[in-house]
Design a protein. Structure first.
Length: 322
């Protein structure tokens, strides 16, 4: 690299002039960072890696990539109801390209600052482009939202809309032709996901279980159901209605939304008597939530139409090793 490793870290990641939060006792520059969580809180820790050609195209806007690399990690904190504290960044770069680094850090730090989440360390090496972020959050002891808490009778909720990111991905892969007017907003959802951090925190003590939707509704709900030892029935119309894009034919919506991916919305369950409080938490967090079904004792995932009749759908989801 024309720019040395340490110059690069100092110039792009250390942010001279930036005031670190008080809980960051020590930031970038020593062998370890030191982080002081508040009294009575547990640390919530999560890592997500983005690999070129696997999670993003090589021509992606570096600013969007910086945003997304942190957003997918904040989404995991959101799913646990944790509030962000700080993050580390392990980065393999083919070259020290000033334009790329400038764009990447602009997108990264805009989202970091919006959540008061400081970069406190990391590692930088030459190699095929690979971005790994570890995020640290805090959550009042024993209040974290888990996948394992869903119980028969609970309502199943989803925040925001689903399926647009997958629409953009499939259009890019040439698998479907999407008109321009629909593509723009879909592309925005793929490149600039919004982690539902405020909603996750508002659901503490309210939701019985939660997971963030990264690999598709059917698959991620499956994880939650297995962890909780329960099953579910979803209302097909409610699921199809989650797709924001007005363009897709009605007959294709259900399968598309179920197998989605890259949405970074929250899927959660709550007892029916909490229905109004769930709606209140969503309003307070500035995101809509939709009830899409119910938890049942019988294992497995079922779908019903508007008349309550069972219907068949392809229940697939994204798996990196399939
Ligand atoms: P070490 O050799 O102890 O692993 P390094 O020399 O790799 O430390 O890094 C020097 C300092 O810069 C450390 O504090 C490390 O956390 C920080 N750092 C390295 N790469 C990054 C990065 N991409 N983002 C933020 N901090 C980084
Ligand atoms: Mg190192």
């Amino acid at each position: 690299m024309a720019l040395g490793e340490f110059d690069l870290i100092a110039r792009y990641f250390q942010r001279p002039g930036h005031q670190l939060a008080q809980r960051v006792v020590l930031g970038i520059g020593d062998d370890c960072a030191l982080l002081q969580p508040a009294q009575g809180q547990q640390l919530a820790v999560s890592s997500d890696m983005l690999v070129e050609g696997r999670h993003f195209f090589s021509d992606v806007d570096p600013m969007a990539l910086g945003h997304k690399a942190l957003a997918v990690n904040l989404s995991d904190l959101a799913a646990c109801g944790a509030s962000p504290l700080a993050f580390t960044l392990a980065l393999a770069l083919p070259t020290a390209d000033a334009t790329w680094l400038g764009g990447f850090t602009k997108g990264l730090f805009a989202l970091a600052d919006a959540h008061g989440c400081d970069l406190i360390g990391g590692d930088t090496t030459r190699g095929p482009l690979n971005i790994c972020i570890t995020v640290f959050g805090q959550v009042p002891s024993n209040t974290a939202l888990l996948r394992s808490g869903a119980r028969a009778g609970d309502e199943i909720w989803v925040s925001g809309t689903l399926g647009d990111a997958r629409l953009a991905l499939q259009a890019r892969l040439g698998r479907i032709a999407v008109p321009d007017y629909a593509l723009e907003s879909a592309q925005q959802r793929l490149d600039w996901p919004t982690p539902r951090v405020a909603l996750g925190q508002a659901l503490r003590g309210l939701a019985s279980a939660a997971i963030d939707l990264s690999d598709g509704l059917a698959g991620d709900l499956g994880h939650l159901l297995r962890a909780s030892g329960v099953g579910a029935t979803l209302h097909a119309d409610a699921v199809s209605g989650l797709l924001a894009c007005p363009w897709m034919p009605a007959s294709e919506r259900l399968d598309h939304v179920l197998s989605g991916g890259d949405d970074y919305e929250l899927l959660f369950t709550a007892a029916p008597q909490e229905h109004e409080r769930v709606l209140g938490a969503a309003r307070q967090s500035g995101v809509a939530v939709t009830r899409i079904g119910s938890i049942e004792d019988q294992a497995g995932l079922r779908l019903t139409d508007a008349q309550g009749q069972p219907i068949k759908a392809q229940l697939s989801s994204f798996d990196h090793f399939l």
